[in-house]
Each structure stands twice: as structure tokens, then as C-alpha cells.
Design a protein around this ligand. Structure first.
Ligand code: GDP
Length: 517
């Protein structure tokens, strides 16, 4: 999802949990959402909910806020998931105490488990004479939902949406789960989030309800949402109030888009109209293409060549990110000199800085692979690229960039040596140790770090150093490798400009020889 790991720790502020209510038909999802909505203490001052916008926020007596997705059925949840937008932090699984586990209950469990979203069980209709909450809990065991009363770790609360009983316990359970998840986001950045609902309104034009996941969305911002873009003319909440801005976890309707984006599509604020139009145009063109052909799809160098041959396009789109403006420009110019009568390289975007989500979206929509020169993609961008089939190639020598493109154009063999990133670690603290020098206390965040492999030091997604490890320690012992989730000590050979927050990338060079096409 949108876990803002590339935002600095100190910028992260606690945000409200986003809750989806799921369960079998008639088990009381709508009734429970209505009942929870009525617990809002802010409703008194500001007036209650006046319109359905697909999500709403309630404020509890203690001041905590909870955002509920108010979209019917599991369809919205699946749509968001299939587009990779993990908008939901916690699933409330509603099970009627007089009916127990039913097919859609099981489906909801599978959705939540597949998304890795924690579940809270709300056993509803406990007011009914034939209610049997105990049977619900036992039945859930078969689906690997083990509630706390049965020595598991899933919270379960008995409620009655009708009698409005057990709601405090339920919101307490949500707060507890939210605390465990330590949900945070940086509010001081360009907003990103997900589209929950959209429609074209007679009077107001296209209206999209969005949920901000990080950053703050402001009136006047230029946003791209799916293949639509526009300047945010107005932000409206579920009470029909106009907002100046929407912070993380705040849902709001936005007015001003040129068309209605699909639910589940991501939105992002971009720097200017030209950029917005560029991204939206590409996406629209891609949608039309996808509608007319079965091919569609990814943006790897090979796929792109195959497509070029198919539609006899004369241009080979490429996107370049580099450590400094100078190298971005140099690569762009050299690339655009490459080519022959059949195909020329066209650089759709060349800029300094790490590869971010906006780059990946642009690459995807223009069918361009990303060439990253001495820079890296952040985690969100890497995940997005993987989902969208966008290839990111990493280089540290300009000549290799040009060579790769030239060879691909000529249908030659791909480079024989390729790097595999095998792991990442983050520096938590730097220690100065006499006679040894600087040692970084790290946590391996992904994959595995091996003593003998190549390592790079990254700061702000930019490569500062490439070399080898001098030590790799667990506690006092030198170890051959350390896996994700584990803390360790590392020191570099002949390099000690280490800082808290730096990333360490671990790579292996593999030999490959494959024929293109
Ligand atoms: P959904 O299909 O899951 O959204 O279920 P609804 O909220 O529409 O509820 C289905 C039916 O169950 C309605 O007739 C509700 O009035 C009833 N219902 C919902 N919650 C309760 C409850 O806590 N107790 C009782 N007795 N009936 C309930």
C-alpha cells in the first residue's frame, strides 16, 4: 500500500485507521455502519452526514478518529485490490449470531487474508433470542480465524447494530488494532491516495470521492486520477461542507476533474498542468489501445520492441532518472542520437532524483522502460512497477545505458551480465568504535544481506558509494548472511560516510545470455 517509508520518520504523524466492513448479505453491514456513524461526537456541532460519498470519518469521545469505507459489498474492496490500491487498514468482519459463517463470510476472510489486512470480528444481532455467538467463534476456527477467547490473536466483539450495543467495545477494538499497526503518514507533501467512488453529476460535473493516504490534498491542487486530471475546484466532505484541504485518512469529494476515474484507481498531485495532461493523455491512449487489442500491457525493453515492430512505430520511448541534472541531460542527448531508419529513441522524461511513483505511472502510460542511472526506485515505486509490469534498469556506467539500448534496437543479445538486488538494509544508528571506525547498526528490510556480495550506500535514493563489506555481525559474531527483519552491524571497506536513515543495497552479479525477440 501507501506505507510512506520514503518519508522521513520525523515527518510521520499518526493518522486515522481506514476500516472496511465486510460479511455475508443481511448479516448487518449497513446497519452497523449506520450505528457507528451515529457515534460521531463531531456530528452535533457540525451537523450529521448529509450525503453518501463512499466513506466517512467519525470522531470518538476520546478525540480519536476512524474512517469507514461505506461502499456496498466486497466489490469496491476487490476493485481497489486488483488495482493495487490497498486503502483498507482493518477489516471488520460482520457475522450474524443467528446465522453464523456463510459463503460471503468466507470470501471476506479470503480477501482480507490475501491483502494481509487484520480482521476484527463483529458478532452482530446478539439481541436476537436465537443468537449463538459461541457457535460463530467455533465456526470461524475452520477458516483460521482464532479469536482471543480461543487463545488466538483476532479481536472479537459481540454487538447489536439494531440496539446499538457493543459499539464502544468495537471502536475500542479498532483503536487498539490501529495502535498496533502504528499507522502514520507524512501530511507535508504532495497528496496521494485512492479513488473510492465516482460519478458524473448533473450540476457539478465529474465528482470523485478520494481517500488521502499521504500528504495533504488542497483546493487548487492539480491531480491525476486514473486517466483523468484536473484542478481541484472544490473539496467537500460527507456533511456537505467545503474543505480547504484533506489530510491523510480524510475522505473527500473532489470537483474539477475532466471525467470520472474508476474506483480503485490511484490519484496523485502533480507539479503542473502539462505533467498532468501528459500522464492522463498517455493513460487514455493506453486504455483505447487496450480496448482494441489483446496485447496491451507491460513496459519492458523487450515488450516495447515487440510492440514497436507490431505497430511500426518509429519511436522507442524511454524514461531516464539520474543522480544529477548533468548526467540526466547527457544520457538523454546520447540516447536520442541512437537509432536507425526503423527506430529512434525518444526520451519521454529525463530528470535528476530517485525513481518515484509518478515516474512509474508515466513510464507505464508511455510504454517506456525506466533507466535509472546511479539512483534507485523507492519502495512504493518498485512495488508499483512490479504490479504494472514496468521495467526499471539500473546502471552506474553511461556507456552501459547506451549499449543496452543500441543492442536492443538491433535485436542483439541482452547484456550478459546482470545485477540482482538480493537485499536492502536500513541504517538505524551509527557507532564510532575505536580502531574499527564507523559501524552501522542496521535492520535488514528486504531479502538477505550477504557478507561477500557487492554493496552500495544509498542516501535519498542516490548511490553514494559502491564497494564491499568489511564486517557483517549479529551481536558479537561475524556471520555469512542476515535475513529480512533482523538487526545486524555492518562496516564498509574503505568508506565510512554513514548516516542514520541511509539504505544499504546488496547485489550479486549473475551471468545471463538470452536472445531477444
Ligand atoms: P447487510 O446486507 O449486511 O448490509 O445487512 P443489513 O444492515 O441490511 O441488515 C439486514 C437485516 O438485518 C435488516 O433487516 C436489519 O434490520 C437486520 N439487522 C441488522 N442488524 C441487526 C441487529 O443487530 N439485530 C437485529 N435483530 N437485526 C438486525
Amino acid at each position: 500500500g501507501f506505507i510512506a517509508e520514503d518519508d522521513p520518520e520525523e515527518s510521520q504523524v499518526t493518522r486515522a485507521p481506514v476500516i472496511a466492513v465486510m460479511g455475508h448479505v443481511d448479516h448487518g453491514k449497513t446497519s452497523l455502519l449506520d450505528a457507528l456513524r451515529a457515534t460521531d461526537v463531531a456530528a452535533g456541532e457540525a451537523g450529521g452526514i448529509t450525503q453518501h460519498i463512499g466513506a466517512y470519518q467519525v470522531q470518538l469521545k476520546g478525540g480519536e478518529k476512524i474512517t469507514f469505507l461505506d461502499t456496498p459489498g466486497h466489490a469496491a474492496f476487490s476493485a481497489m485490490r486488483s488495482r493495487g490500491a490497498e486503502a483498507t487498514d482493518i477489516v471488520i468482519l460482520v457475522v450474524a449470531a443467528d446465522d453464523s459463517v456463510k459463503p460471503q463470510t468466507i470470501e471476506a476472510i479470503h480477501h482480507a487474508k490475501a491483502a494481509g489486512t487484520p480482521i476484527i470480528v463483529a458478532v452482530n444481532k446478539c439481541d436476537k433470542p436465537d443468537a449463538n455467538p459461541q457457535k460463530v467463534l467455533t465456526d470461524l476456527l475452520q477458516h483460521e480465524i482464532v479469536v482471543e477467547a480461543m487463545s488466538g490473536d483476532v479481536q472479537s466483539v459481540n454487538v447489536s447494530a439494531k440496539k446499538r450495543e457493543g459499539l464502544d467495545e468495537l471502536t475500542e477494538a479498532i483503536n487498539l488494532q490501529a495502535e498496533l499497526l502504528d499507522l502514520k503518514a507524512n501530511p507535508d507533501r504532495a497528496a496521494e491516495g485512492v479513488v473510492i467512488e465516482s460519478q458524473v453529476d448533473k450540476g457539478r460535473g465529474p465528482v470523485a470521492t478520494v481517500l488521502v493516504r499521504r500528504g495533504t490534498l488542497k483546493r487548487g491542487d492539480i491531480v491525476v486520477a486514473g486517466s483523468q486530471w484536473g484542478r481541484v475546484r472544490a473539496l467537500v466532505n460527507e456533511r456537505g461542507q467545503q474543505l480547504e484541504s484533506a489530510a491523510p485518512s480524510v475522505p473527500a469529494e473532489i470537483l474539477g476533474l475532466a471525467g470520472a476515474p474508476e474506483p480503485g484507481e490511484v490519484f496523485a498531485v502533480v507539479e503542473n498542468e502539462a505533467r498532468a495532461r501528459e500522464i492522463a493523455d498517455y493513460r487514455q491512449r493506453k486504455e483505447r489501445q487496450a480496448a482494441g487489442s489483446v496485447s496491451g500491457g507491460g513496459a519492458s525493453l523487450e515488450q516495447m520492441m515487440a510492440r514497436l515492430k507490431q505497430d511500426q512505430t518509429q519511436e522507442m520511448p524511454l524514461l531516464v532518472k539520474a543522480d544529477v541534472q548533468g548526467s540526466a541531460e547527457a544520457i538523454k542527448q546520447s540516447l536520442e542520437k541512437l537509432g536507425n531508419d526503423e527506430v529512434r529513441a525518444r526520451v519521454v522524461h529525463a530528470a535528476p532524483g530517485g525513481v518515484n511513483e509518478s515516474d512509474v505511472l508515466l513510464a507505464k502510460s508511455s510504454g517506456a522502460p525506466v533507466f535509472a542511472f546511479n539512483v534507485r526506485a523507492n519502495k512504493q515505486a518498485r512495488e508499483l512497477a512490479e504490479r504494472e509490469g514496468v521495467e526499471i534498469r539500473y546502471y552506474s556506467v553511461i556507456y552501459d545505458v547506451l549499449d543496452d539500448v543500441k543492442n536492443t534496437m538491433e535485436g542483439m543479445l541482452a547484456p550478459e551480465k546482470r545485477e540482482n538486488f538480493i537485499g536492502y538494509a536500513e541504517i538505524l544508528e551509527v557507532f564510532n568504535i575505536t580502531k574499527v571506525g564507523k559501524v552501522a547498526g542496521c535492520r535488514v528490510t528486504e531479502g538477505v544481506v550477504k557478507r561477500g556480495c557487492g554493496v552500495r550506500l544509498l542516501r535519498n535514493d542516490t548511490v553514494l558509494h559502491e564497494g564491499h563489506l568489511k564486517t557483517l555481525k549479529r551481536f558479537k559474531d561475524e556471520v555469512p548472511e542476515v535475513r529480512a527483519g533482523t538487526e545486524c552491524g555492518m562496516a564498509f571497506e574503505n568508506y565510512d560516510d554513514l548516516q542514520k536513515g541511509d539504505q544499504i543495497e546488496c547485489f550479486e552479479v549473475v551471468e545471463i545470455a538470452r536472445k531477444l525477440d
